[in-house]
Design a protein. Structure first.
Length: 157
């Protein structure tokens, strides 16, 4: 990666939790030299405190004072939290999209099942009609047999 000074390269060793685009953004927003911002970010990532950096690491920061270092720390924390929230939002959005795809598949399955049930219902309706027609024919034949054989049929029929 490109460094922000001749002797301070942006590598995972010098800035373990800094994102490569964080330093230019911090430098631009705070109107500070990129090399000094990169040094502060690296020193903060190593666990150094703002007062320690301001007093004992002036040569690495390019002479940034405690107020400027604190501004870098605060802005860095804000941007890091913002990026974490964005990542969380992207993850939730991905999860919602996955759930939407799953629901779409389920809706397609239900639609296919509904079509199958409609076909079954139609088949059952046709079978019921055939059965009813056959029963009517059987009853008529039974009545005709009774009449031919001289058996009495109650008058209510």
């Amino acid at each position: 990666m490109r460094g922000y000074g001749r002797d301070l390269l942006m590598t995972p060793e010098t800035t373990p939790d800094a994102k490569p685009d964080l330093v230019p953004q911090l430098a631009a927003e705070l109107n500070l030299p990129a090399r000094g911002v990169a040094a502060v970010v690296a020193l903060l990532a190593e666990g150094n405190t703002v007062p320690f950096i301001a007093r004992y690491r002036k040569e690495r920061t390019g002479g940034l004072d405690e107020v400027q270092i604190r501004a870098i720390e605060d802005k860095r924390a804000y941007l890091t939290e913002l990026e974490d929230r964005r990542a969380e939002f992207r993850q939730k959005l991905k999860s919602l999209r996955d759930r939407q795809r799953d629901l779409d598949r389920r809706m397609e399955d239900l639609s296919a099942q509904q079509d199958s049930l409609g076909e079954i219902q139609t088949d059952l309706g046709e079978q019921s009609e055939k059965i009813m027609d056959a029963l009517v024919v059987d009853v008529r034949e039974a009545v005709q047999d009774l009449v031919r054989n001289g058996k009495a049929i109650p008058s209510k029929y």
